[in-house]
Design a protein around this ligand. Structure first.
Ligand code: SF4
Ligand code: SF4
Length: 307
């Protein structure tokens, strides 16, 4: 559908709604990313992340038949707090310190999608924040928000990789942005820093060896020994390959979204307390938190493995 409003009007609206970055991706030109995803799946590097193998992820038209453009959005979530080096304290990844980003992002995406649909009858706008088989990093790179880096994260020039991503799929034919260029250069800091060698080669992460995967997604009663002995205090996610990145060290800036500031208790949780957290304490401690994905028994398992 021909758009009654321009790409820049849409971008202005997104910024007005509080998004930190916005770009528009064309739905064409995703073929090489699709091939890379298939090669990754062929090696079973997705471990138990079943949704990564959803065939819809390789064809946006199967997610929304009418899609012509994707509006890609980013929210900076960095706060200047640091992880504790105290071996008695568990480490929680920055993404989980504050309010659940799905809630914060969805509210803004909904406002943008509604505004877009109200511009003219027939406009379709469907939003996603980890809520469907949408290749968010590939689209964000295509929309010029940043580049998919050697550690697998999307790095932006303005905020480093401390960004949450969301998308609005629309039937509008919009002028798209140019895909972002790659700026990892000859750096290999993330590959060297990963304690479990999960970055098997630049840009390729094997979830089977990733601490973030195991602490958040692995539901087994026990973690594999190779992970257990390299946890380095992490109980929820792992930020090592992002913390060492020079782009993050130079360009991270404090977010203006107060909901992303850490909840008390998420910065310095005691391992001994997490190791015996009850269902009730867990429910209270992690209200409106993305960490609710880590069930109490998983959190106890992760903390015990560190002790
Ligand atoms: S999140 Fe941690 S374990 Fe996973 S690739 Fe990065 S440094 Fe390695
Ligand atoms: S640490 Fe270096 S190689 Fe890794 S993502 Fe950052 S810039 Fe790229």
């Amino acid at each position: 559908m021909k758009s009654p409003i321009s790409s820049s009007q849409i971008k202005n609206k997104a910024i007005e709604l509080g998004f930190h970055k916005v770009g528009i991706a064309s739905v064409n030109g995703l073929d090489s990313a699709t091939e890379r995803l298939q090669a990754w799946l062929d090696k079973s590097y997705q471990a138990n992340l079943g949704w990564m193998a959803n065939p819809k992820r390789q064809d946006l038209k199967r997610v929304m038949a009418e899609v012509e453009s994707v509006i890609c959005l980013a929210l900076n979530y960095y706060t200047p707090h640091q992880h504790s080096d105290n071996p008695e304290i568990g480490k929680i990844s920055r993404y989980g310190w504050g309010r659940d980003y799905h809630k914060v992002m969805a509210k803004k995406l909904k406002a943008l999608a509604n505004w877009l649909q109200n511009q003219k009858e027939g406009i379709l706008a469907r939003y996603y924040v980890d809520t469907g088989p949408v290749p968010e990093k590939v689209l964000a790179e295509q929309a010029g928000l940043g580049w998919i880096a050697k550690n697998g994260n999307l790095i932006t020039r303005e905020y480093g990789s401390w960004v949450f991503l969301g998308e609005v799929l629309t039937n509008l034919k919009l002028i798209s942005d140019r895909p972002h260029t790659q700026h990892c250069g000859s750096c290999t800091r993330c590959l060297e820093a990963c304690p479990t060698d999960a970055i098997t080669e630049p840009f390729v992460i094997d979830a089977n060896f990733c601490i973030a995967y195991h602490t958040i997604e692995n539901r087994d009663a026990e973690l594999p020994q190779s992970i257990k002995s390299n946890l380095k205090g992490w109980v929820a996610g792992c930020d090592i390959c992002q913390d060492v990145c020079p782009w993050n060290q130079r360009f991270a800036q404090e977010t203006d979204i107060v909901e992303f500031h850490p909840y008390p208790g998420n910065l310095t949780p005691k391992l001994t307390e997490l190791a015996q957290i009850s269902e009730q304490e867990w429910a209270q401690k992690f209200t409106a938190s993305a960490l609710r994905r880590i069930k109490p028994e998983m959190l106890r398992r992760n903390a015990c493995a560190n002790l």
